[in-house]
Design a protein around this ligand. Structure first.
Ligand SMILES: Cc1cc2nc3c(=O)[nH]c(=O)nc-3n(C[C@H](O)[C@H](O)[C@H](O)COP(=O)(O)OP(=O)(O)OC[C@H]3O[C@@H](n4cnc5c(N)ncnc54)[C@H](O)[C@@H]3O)c2cc1C
Length: 448
């Protein structure tokens, strides 16, 4: 019998599931797949937006697949379509409040939307968010209208990358972060201060203070932070993303303390006491279990969505598959500086009472005599008793992504500080130092 699969959402999570189902042998014949999404485009890479705004390519280049690409493969790929409710008892979703679409298997990949702080003035002209193509085009148009001052609310990755885009266009740019340091969800304060120093010529920072109002008549004119009134022609609200869970919640699906949909390891949703056999959720709309603290939290990365999509696609195809607790390895380039983080930061360890040993080292990415070498700073966190690696933060001009991937595997494998310095590593002066920064950080952490 042909299985009817309905996917709500055409962001990274929904499209990854679709692609993986299509890749499965004979899947197209075994399944009838409908994907429903609100936007008008096929698949758009949101992750590429900040660099498009920096002028590295155009926003159009981020539309990776047109709807026709999937329709030609026999998928009922519906754009500009909103699911208004889910009926779990009878197994259908209601679309645009008129049509009912029946499903055998349902995938909820409704993603997230920008958090709008409860402030006066967020609806003024000139105030933007950055969560998709439409937002990106609005910000780009605003940048092209020769504004003098931009203000970014939120010193996370997307906020800083967009601040760099503003500054590159000659716009005087201020970032306001209510934590006392930048990138507070992925870096410790000492590591974040390196990023701040790197950016100080391009961007002004106000740290440790929230924005209290956005001022203007019809258009934004200024922003109030503490006692200060800062002129602003553009305001970008980049204060985090909230899971889109309304239709799931209304259907009786459990939403957890982090605000994301609760799932089991197969990524099946929960209603009452039961996990439903044929309803899955993944991507920005779900909560994950942290692999170090074992507490629920959000992950909200395209890379997390891809692994979850493998689990969901396998389970739909009858191949039993589980999603492991999550480490959320994260990397970003901010004005040429690469920043990476995985596992817990010091604040999270402290919050959950995990005692840690910490080692920090500064070295080069190549031999100290080799031209073109870059400084590299690594901070490693080990659980104090077992000396197992539980967190890593790295900053450099190069090699950060591969190191974060290596350390992600190391945390998963339960690698200790001793393992790190006693295991062989490769060496060539043009590529590495003979003693790597990670080895040095591990030695410093345990004092050997
Ligand atoms: C500026 C920016 C840069 C980023 N950079 C990175 C990066 O470098 N690396 C990384 O790993 N992650 C990055 N991310 C995060 C990444 O983009 C998200 O984790 C990822 O897009 C989540 O995919 P998703 O499909 O879960 O959600 P979304 O992309 O939010 O997609 C949700 C989909 O659900 C649809 N939908 C919602 N409700 C309904 C409904 N009722 N009916 C029909 N359709 C509905 C929407 O229309 C949309 O198609 C970035 C995010 C932003 C905003």
């Amino acid at each position: 019998m042909v299985k009817k699969v309905v996917i709500i959402g055409g962001g990274a999570a929904g499209v990854d599931v679709l692609e993986l189902l299509l890749r499965g042998q004979g899947a197209a014949e075994e399944m009838e797949i409908t994907l429903l999404k609100k936007e008008e485009e096929g698949f758009f890479s949101t992750c590429g937006l900040p660099f498009a705004l920096q002028g590295m390519y155009s926003i159009k280049d981020l539309s990776l697949f047109e709807p026709e690409f999937y329709r030609a493969k026999g998928i009922d790929f519906r754009t500009e379509t909103e699911v208004t409710s889910i009926n779990l008892e009878e197994g259908y979703v209601r679309v645009d409040s008129i049509e009912e679409i029946r499903y055998d298997e349902l995938v909820i990949a409704t993603g997230s939307k920008p958090f709008i702080p409860p402030l006066e003035g967020t609806n003024l002209e000139g105030v933007y968010t950055l969560s998709g193509r439409e937002d990106g085009e609005k910000v780009e148009a605003a940048m092209s209208a020769n504004p003098r001052n931009a203000l970014v609310i939120g010193g996370g990755i997307a906020g800083l990358q967009t601040a760099v885009a503003f500054s590159k266009r000659g716009i005087y740019t201020t970032v306001v972060e209510m934590f006392p340091y930048l990138l507070p969800s992925i870096l410790d304060a000492d590591m974040a201060s390196i990023v701040q120093k790197w950016l100080y010529k391009e961007i002004s920072f106000i740290l440790g203070k929230p924005v209290s109002a956005i001022k203007g008549e019809q258009r934004v004119k200024s922003v109030i932070v503490g006692e200060e009134e800062i002129p602003a022609d553009i305001v970008l609200m980049s204060a985090g993303m909230r899971p889109s869970v309304d239709i799931a919640r209304e259907a009786g699906i459990e939403v957890g303390e982090s605000g994301g949909i609760v799932t089991d390891r197969a990524l099946r949703v929960k209603k009452g006491k039961l996990y439903l056999d044929n309803v899955y959720a993944l991507g920005d709309c779900v909560e994950v279990i942290d692999a170090v603290t074992y507490r629920p939290r959000l992950s909200q990365l395209a890379s997390t969505a891809l692994i979850q999509a493998r689990v969901v696609a396998n389970n739909i195809r009858g191949i039993s598959s589980s999603y492991e607790p999550c480490l959320s390895p994260t990397v970003a380039t901010i004005s040429g500086l690469q920043i990476g983080s995985v596992g817990v930061i010091t604040e999270v360890a402290r919050r959950y009472g995990i005692k840690i040993k910490v080692g920090k080292a500064i070295k080069y990415t190549k031999a100290r005599f080799f031209p073109g070498r870059k400084l590299i700073i690594a901070k490693l966190l080990f659980e104090a008793y077992t000396e197992k690696l539980i967190g890593a933060q790295i900053i450099s001009g190069e090699t950060v992504a591969e190191r974060i991937n290596e350390l992600t595997l190391a945390i998963r494998a339960g690698i200790t500080a001793r393992d790190i310095w006693m295991r062989e590593r490769c060496f060539d002066p043009s590529l590495t130092m003979v003693e790597d920064v990670i080895v040095d950080a591990a030695l410093k952490a345990v004092g050997s």
